[in-house]
Structures are given as C-alpha cells and as structure tokens.
Design a protein. Structure first.
Length: 205
C-alpha cells in the first residue's frame, strides 16, 4: 500500500516513508529539524486513509533525483564525502531502532570527522530528502541574494576561465543593454544567424 520514499501528509505534517513491512512502516517528518525515524502501525494508517486525514502528496524534493553535478565539482565532492561519513548508519537495515542508530553515531563521531550537530543534520537531510546521495548536495540555490540582480563592479561575474586564455569581459549595464537589443532585434526574430549577430554586437561595443 505504501511505497518507500513516497511522501504523505497527516494534517499539516509532511512525512516520508523510509521503510515498509507487512505490519508497519518507518517514516520521518520532512520539515522537522529535530525529527528522527518513527515506527507506525499500518492498521493506524489505513484508518487515517479511509478518514481522508492522511493523503499522498507530491514529493517536495523529487527534483533532487535528477540533479547531475559535474564530476569532480565542489558540490559532488561534498556530497560524496558526506555520504561516506553516514553510510554505515543509513545502510543499516535497522537504522530506525534507536539502540542501533546510537551505536553508529558513537562510532562515526569517534572518527573525529564531523561534530554531533553536523552529523545529525546530514542524516536528517538524507532521510528527509529521499534517501539518496543527492540528498546531501549543498543548497547553493539558497545562497546569496535570492531574486536580486547581481551587478559586476571590479571583475566579471561567474567562474574564471580554465580552458581558454584571458580573464573574460566585464559586462556592465551598457554592454547588457546592447546584448538585449541585439538578441531582441536580430536573434529572436531569426533575421540574423548567431555568427552575424555576434559580429553586429562586436561592432556596437
């Protein structure tokens, strides 16, 4: 009846199913920063389903499955390093039993690679976001001033070149305005090829 990793809503609480058996499931509250896996009897959930107090909902972290960070990139290294740290715990089929979980936590902390608060954040993120290594990818989309336009000042925005020589161009408001004119006038209406539009832009700069 229930599938591993599906998300359900009970009242205002989202819960992810982590494990299923013939008589119970193990789930975790998706948005609770202090949550741990809990065992729930299937008979209880069946009643809640019939009463429409428990409903299936879209996975808020479903997109994580399709993320493909570049091999060797910073985010990929962070993901892989963190997964290796929590792997003994999250791959234990009895992870939901407090005694087993506590033993793994003691052993991981003894290695001295992470603090207890950070370890708890990692394992919660793993369970709450879909039980996949990608769950441990950094939330770079939440960095910086969300929704605000970045303005180039002394140096260009973005990553520096690693293949071609040079430092790249600083795109100020004037250059950006010219880009927009060329794109709107010649590219979007397909009156110019990209190569011809590029030459037009170079002549205008």
């Amino acid at each position: 009846m229930f599938q591993v990793n599906e998300v359900v809503q009970l009242n205002d609480t989202l819960c992810r199913v982590l494990l299923t058996s013939m008589r119970h499931i193990v789930w975790i509250a998706v948005e609770d920063k202090k949550a741990f896996p809990e065992i729930v009897e299937l008979s209880q959930l069946e009643v809640l389903l019939l009463q429409e107090k428990l409903v299936r909902v879209e996975d808020p972290y479903g997109y994580i499955q399709n993320l493909l960070p570049e091999k060797g990139s910073k985010e990929a290294r962070i993901r892989d390093t963190n997964y290796q740290i929590i792997k003994p715990l999250v791959e234990d089929p009895n992870f939901y039993i407090k005694k087993n979980r506590s033993q793994h936590i003691v052993e991981i902390l003894a290695a001295g690679k992470v603090s207890r608060p950070y370890l708890y954040r990692l394992i919660r993120r793993y369970w709450q976001r879909g039980q996949t290594p990608n769950s441990l990818l950094p939330d770079y989309k939440n960095s910086g001033a969300k929704g605000q336009k970045r303005i180039a000042k002394d140096k260009k925005l973005g990553r520096p070149r690693v293949i071609m020589e040079g430092k790249g161009a600083l795109v100020d408001e004037k250059a950006e305005h010219l880009f927009r004119i060329i794109i709107d006038t010649y590219v979007l209406n397909k009156s110019f090829s990209l190569a011809k539009a590029h030459r037009k832009l170079k002549g205008a700069l």
